[in-house]
Design a protein around this ligand. Structure first.
Ligand code: PMP
Length: 315
């Protein structure tokens, strides 16, 4: 991985090496941070870098911070402006991953959420695939359970709850799978370790509702509208039983990092004919066109990062 050169830190862009917190930092010790994950896609023909749905990502970031009683020193418009500045400073002509992080700045002993100062840092790095087998992943059903809303809310991106994701992911990979599907404490399908989950059953596209202990994913929302509005599919948000996934014609994980990864086997059982199916294929094709700026009606989801004339002059 190519590392970051700069970071947005304490209100300005600084060399990455200057962005650090102390060993007693509250969020490092107690998992009381919140983060986001955005992608910016490089469009070679247009010499443009498009940040995908930043307003929605920063809205969820701010909502996640509210779950932890944080008062961020920036609003969504500020965060977008600083992200664009940071991406311009990094100057890559490549697909990028952007990681905003909100954390409590105090270095002290004492676990709580009140009377603490929240800060935001942002870094951005070139980024390719998250899962190696995006066109045919082998998933297992994890023996872990997704964190419950009454313990740690899964709807927001809270750093501490990624212990749950890490336990799920490591066991799945060590057992030879690409990823895991995790059930919630009711036994219904929640999501992947860091992805939302969809399946196709009897021709309908089905995904768990946001009240089933899942992250309120931006890609999930994007695909619900693309599937319905552009592909004419029936999309249903409802709880999914464990054994339904074995009967699915198709299934996939989705998320900013993973994009859309077809699940072609679950616990050694092939789905459909064991290859990436037609619904996942059409959704992936459309999604990649949309995020790279190829579908005019979705241009409002994209923020162009570069000043096109300046890039052309420096090429
Ligand atoms: N679920 C979890 C647990 C995740 O970490 C992610 C990645 N952010 C997702 C789902 C997908 O969310 P999004 O589409 O907003 O990236």
């Amino acid at each position: 991985m190519v590392g970051p050169t700069f970071a947005f830190f304490e209100g300005r862009i600084v060399p990455y090496a200057q962005a650090h917190v102390g060993m007693l930092n509250h969020s490092l010790n107690y998992g009381t941070g919140v983060f986001g994950g955005l992608r910016a896609y490089w469009n070679e023909a247009q010499a443009q870098l498009y940040l995908f749905r930043p307003i929605d990502h920063f809205r969820r970031f701010i909502e996640s911070s509210r779950l932890l009683n944080m008062q961020l020193p920036h609003d969504g418009a500020d965060l977008l402006r600083h992200t664009v500045e940071l991406l311009r400073a990094e100057e890559h002509k490549a697909d990028m991953y952007v990681r905003p992080l909100a954390y409590f700045a105090e270095e002290m002993i004492g676990v709580r959420l009140h009377d603490l100062q929240a800060r935001v840092a942002i870094v951005a790095v070139p980024f390719g695939r998250y899962l190696e087998h995006e066109e045919g992943a082998h998933a297992t059903i994890s023996s872990w359970r997704r964190v419950d809303d009454n313990s740690i809310p899964a709807r927001g991106k809270i750093t501490g709850s990624y212990v749950n994701s890490a336990l799920i992911k490591t066991d799945a990979q060590r057992a030879g799978f690409d990823e895991a599907i995790v059930l919630n404490s009711d036994g219904h399908v929640a999501e992947g370790s860091a992805e939302n989950f969809f399946m196709v059953r009897h021709g309908e596209l089905i995904t768990p509702p946001i009240t089933d202990n899942i992250l309120e994913g931006i890609t999930r929302r994007t695909l619900i509208s693309l599937a319905h509005d552009d592909l004419g599919l029936t999309v249903v948000e409802r709880s999914i039983d464990r054994t339904e996934v074995y009967l699915a014609e198709e299934a996939f994980f989705c998320g900013t990092g993973v994009q859309i990864a077809a699940i072609t086997r679950i616990d050694h059982r092939p789905l459909g004919d064991g290859r990436m199916g037609p619904v996942v294929t059409r959704l992936r094709d459309l999604y990649f066109q949309v995020v790279r700026g190829g579908v005019a009606k979705y241009s409002s989801w994209l923020t162009p990062v570069y000043d096109v004339e300046r890039i052309a002059a420096s090429a």
